[in-house]
Design a protein around this ligand. Structure first.
Ligand SMILES: [Zn+2]
Length: 290
């Protein structure tokens, strides 16, 4: 069933676990994510990133995501990831998304507060939740944070606990993405994580916090982050790689190369993505929580 981010993360707070937020870029990935959540009795966040519009439009995949959520046996949040503008957040809410992220983290603090508040007012009036970002998520390849091509040092990327408190109180967001050393994409070098910072931010203001760049950490790092207050973990890169590997394996194993059907390739991708989503949900300890 369709759920809001607020509902799902409140339960995660009570149970001290995190809910996986998996990016959906195709019908196949959406099916893999929701089917796994049902098999594990886990809540899940099915999200569409504005940056994936070159792969598929929200106007095509959005209604499919909403339908997958509505017929699911477990709570599914349909969320806009890294909404690039106030307009795109409003568009997602109008379509029926139950949650949006507005990312103005590259802008000055006061602009981030004012614009996020604008999105919160619109979304809350319509029953949807809002995630925002303060601090910066690094990008692993270039070592620079995302957003308008600006680059940040590690120290600049870390979220300040007092600023987080002020930001949350002034914007009334439901969840906040924070910087503590994680990066989007594939880690080419070991990330320098400040996991204690999560606990400091959490003790300054007790709301659910979000980890971006969640692919590729060790199980121990995930568990510490969750214990310290992370309740939503964005996960995509390694899921997509798992699907690719599943397809490659299928093609290698297939003896009759003249009988390769697209539906079988899609199925091999779904099976491999499901195994990776299952592994992630077990680490996040969201399995069996419904
Ligand atoms: Zn992100």
């Amino acid at each position: 069933m369709l759920a809001t981010l607020k509902e799902v993360l409140e339960k995660a707070e009570q149970g001290n676990y995190a809910v996986g937020a998996f990016n959906c870029t195709s019908l196949e990935s959406g099916m893999a994510i929701v089917e796994t959540a049902e098999e594990l009795n886990s809540p899940v966040i099915l999200q569409y990133a504005d940056s994936h519009r070159h792969l598929i439009s929200i106007d095509v995949i959005g209604p499919i995501m909403l339908q997958l959520a509505k017929i699911a046996k477990v709570p599914v949040v349909v969320h806009l990831d890294h909404g690039a503008s106030i307009e795109s957040c409003r568009h997602a809410v109008d379509m029926g998304f139950t949650s949006v992220m507005y990312d103005a983290s590259a802008k000055p603090f006061e602009d981030n507060v004012a614009e996020t508040r604008n999105v919160v007012e619109y979304a809350h009036e319509r029953g949807a939740s809002v995630e925002a970002e303060l601090g910066h998520i690094l990008t692993s390849k270039a070592g620079a944070a995302e957003g308008n091509g600006k680059s940040y040092t590690r120290e600049e990327a870390y979220t300040d606990p007092e600023m987080a408190k002020e930001f949350i109180e002034r914007t009334n967001v439901d969840a906040l993405a924070i910087g503590f050393g994680t990066a989007h994409g594939i880690y080419t070098e070991k990330p320098v994580l400040d996991l204690n910072r999560i606990a400091l931010i959490k003790s300054a203001k007790d709301i659910p916090y979000v980890m971006h760049g969640g692919s590729g950490l060790s199980e121990e790092e995930y568990r510490t982050a969750i214990h310290n207050g992370i309740r939503k973990i964005n996960y995509y890169t390694y899921l997509s790689l798992a699907g690719g590997r599943g397809v490659m394996q299928y093609l290698e194993d297939k003896k009759d190369k003249d009988a390769i059907y697209f539906e079988d390739i899609a199925k091999a991708g779904i099976t491999a993505m499901k195994a990776d989503v299952k592994r992630a949900m077990k680490i996040f300890e969201s399995d069996g929580k419904i």
